[in-house]
Design a protein around this ligand. Structure first.
Ligand code: ATP
Length: 637
């Protein structure tokens, strides 16, 4: 289900801290909702009865809000509470990932076994639910970390010192090894999801956060899953993730794209400004990885940094079901550090020295010149799912007013128990695990190329992505039922890559699963660059017929409406209309408190939202800041 922001009235009410108002409560069966504000001073009680005093808001992600928190009785705010409406999928997935895999003792054991002094693996301290303004929210409590490294990236002309790239890569490889040892992949590594430790002591270790896209990886068949295609942050999404398949090599590939970027060059698909068309990005990545040595050379004005070239070459050769050789990769980067005579200890250094700044991206043999200027920030809007699960147990409690914070009345929500785990199990296990032969080996690569549609200028005008619905002449409903993203993305079903025939011929599950499919037929808006795309079924299935109906219609109309509206948004921006400013305000509300709007424009962002226009069902959603989608039919909104 797509996500929507609250009606402005609701948001205002929340901000005002005036206590619960029935009228402002978001409707249950609507699009994704941003969370209600938790007033500073609120005390939340988690399932283990631990109490957490909410401090200030320290960040806003694509779906939830993060607050500093203190254990009641302690003075320091060394924790954070991440809160999202129950209907949102990512925190549900993240919470269960932590529950199952990332217990502190497991992490410590792993550390001991590997002889690691530290590891950048976050963990969950508590979780529970709270009702805010009539809406049930889920929250998790985690250790507090420091700032995310995307801020440093922006502050340093989108480049890290070479040594820092390798140290970060080493730390992330440790985290990958831990996650993979649990049977999961992260699938969304990027600077915005890498946080330094908290406080002065914390600058030597980076933590990989945000497990909202974590899923079981496959080592069996390679079976593309239209429901999950293109999930991730479009700049870094792996080739496997573009096909909806979770693999370990995909995590390695995502890290690879990031380190290339951290070295100060633009990824080809960023440079070519095609981020709004996932299938084009996918194709560009296939081409890039097919001849990675040569393609890297074209990216760097001078020498390609040796460790980056070596790492990417290794990743390009990995099989989809292969366990990566963590040690081999670590060696690539640790050897480079030794050669540079840089110790892999102490604070990570983010400031580029004068020398480095003048010379541009670092290379192993020398310093190259920055390759051109970064393309204007484009952004990638996608829609999300949401639903209305009541799976989690909930306990929370009325808070006492603390100093400035107005007291907020919280209602205790009925406790239910083992359902949460059962449900999580079902959901998390729903990750693609059955599969078909790999697409990555060369014959399959050829097939991919054959099947990837060529985008014509005519199509481009309306939507730069290939649209099956334009290619056939059926009614929208017929088209919906007759075409699958895979059929259409690759042209002819008869030559669908080694994946099963059934895959190529079955009707799109989106219609039947009430999810919007971020299929190749869908383009992304260009207002918020770098968002994680989630095209998933991990959220509990919505219960109301109405929701199903809406999503079905949304999917049918997505192709045209998104593009039409995106274009309009751009024009509207130039005209500075009221609508636009409302949209901007709405967009602002999603930004991290610590980020300036300028920062955000240039930072890959986690998720893109498609929002429903205010319409007849009085849902009250404000216009989307990025994309607006009509409830039904193509055409003008
Ligand atoms: N444990 C933490 N300590 C300190 N800050 C945090 C912590 N977790 C998250 N943050 C801050 O909140 C921001 C959003 O966090 P996170 O990415 O987990 O949220 P999200 O809703 O999943 O966002 P998105 O999916 O859009 O990336 C982070 O970029 C970071 O600045």
């Amino acid at each position: 289900m797509p996500r929507a922001t609250k009606a402005k009235a609701a948001a205002d009410g929340a901000a005002g801290g005036g206590g619960p108002k029935k009228a402002a409560a978001p409707k249950r069966n609507k699009l994704y909702t941003m969370p209600e504000k938790i007033a500073e001073g609120t005390i939340l009680t988690d399932l283990s009865k631990a109490q957490w005093l909410i401090g200030s808001s320290i960040g806003t992600g694509g779906f939830g809000e993060i607050y500093s928190a203190s254990r009641v009785g302690e003075k320091t705010y060394n924790y954070v509470v991440k809160c999202e409406p129950h209907g949102n999928g990512p925190l549900f997935v993240e919470m269960h990932f932590y529950m199952r895999n990332a217990k502190l003792e497991d992490i410590k054991r792993f550390q001991r076994e590997r002889g690691l002094k530290a590891i950048g693996m976050p963990y969950m301290i508590g979780n529970g639910s709270v009702e805010l303004k009539g809406t049930k929210h889920r929250f998790i409590v985690m250790p507090r970390y420091g700032s995310d490294i995307s801020k440093h990236l922006l502050a340093n002309g989108r480049r890290f010192p070479e040594e820092t790239i390798y140290r970060l890569a080493l730390q992330m490889l440790d985290v990958y090894e831990f996650i993979h040892s649990c049977g999961y992949v992260h699938a969304d590594l990027k600077a915005a999801n890498i946080l330094l430790g908290y406080g002065k002591e914390g600058n030597s270790q980076a933590y990989l956060v945000d497990y909202g896209l974590a899923s079981h990886y496959t080592t069996k068949e390679f079976k593309p899953d239209p429901k999950k295609m293109h999930n991730g942050t479009i700049e870094y999404t792996s080739r496997d993730a573009h096909l909806g398949v979770a693999t370990m090599r995909a995590d390695f590939e995502i890290l690879g794209y990031n380190i290339i970027e951290w070295s100060g060059v633009q990824l080809p698909w960023v440079k070519d400004n095609i981020l709004t068309v996932p299938v084009k990005v996918q194709k560009a990545k296939e081409e890039f990885m097919a001849d990675v040595t040569h393609c890297l050379k074209t990216l760097y004005s001078k020498d390609v940094p040796g460790p980056i070239a070596e790492y990417m070459k290794y990743v390009a050769k990995l099989e989809y079901n292969e366990k990566p050789d963590y040690e081999k990769c670590r060696k690539i980067f640790s050897t480079a550090l030794k050669t540079m005579k840089v110790a892999n200890t102490g604070d990570l250094r983010f400031t580029i020295s004068d020398n480095n700044n003048k010379s541009g991206p670092s290379t192993s043999k020398g310093r190259g010149k920055l390759l051109g200027k970064r393309a204007a920030a484009t952004d990638t809007s996608v829609e999300m799912f949401a639903s209305d699960d009541d799976d989690d147990d909930v306990i929370f409690e009325e808070k006492k007013p603390v100093k400035k914070a107005p007291q907020k009345q919280l209602k205790t929500v009925t406790k239910r128990s083992p359902k949460t785990i059962d449900s999580a199990s079902r959901l998390i296990k729903s990750s693609p695990r059955n599969a078909t032969p790999t697409l990555r080996s060369s014959p399959e690569m050829k097939t991919f190329n054959k099947l990837t549609p060529k985008v014509t200028p005519a199509r481009k005008r309306r939507s730069t992505s290939f649209s099956p619905r334009k290619a056939t002449r059926h009614s929208p409903l017929q088209k919906k039922l007759r075409t699958t993203p895979r059929d259409t993305a690759y042209g002819k079903s008869s030559s669908t890559p080694s994946t099963s025939t059934s895959h190529s011929t079955r009707s799109t599950p989106i219609a039947t699963r009430a999810n919007i499919n971020f299929s190749p037929a869908i383009s992304l808006s260009t207002s918020r660059h770098g968002k994680t795309v989630v095209n998933d079924n991990t959220t509990p299935v919505p219960r109301t017929g109405k929701t199903y109906e809406f999503n079905f219609e949304l999917d049918v109309s997505m192709d045209a409406n998104v593009i039409v509206n995106v274009k309009r948004k751009k024009k509207a921006a130039a005209a500075s209309t009221n609508t636009d400013s409302a949209a901007k305000n709405s967009a602002k509300s999603m930004r991290s408190n610590e980020e300036t709007p300028g920062d955000k424009r240039n930072t890959p962002v986690t998720r893109v939202k498609v929002r429903k226009l205010p319409s007849d069902d009085a849902c009250g959603s404000p216009p989307t800041p990025a994309v607006t989608v009509k409830k039904s039919r193509r055409g003008v909104s």
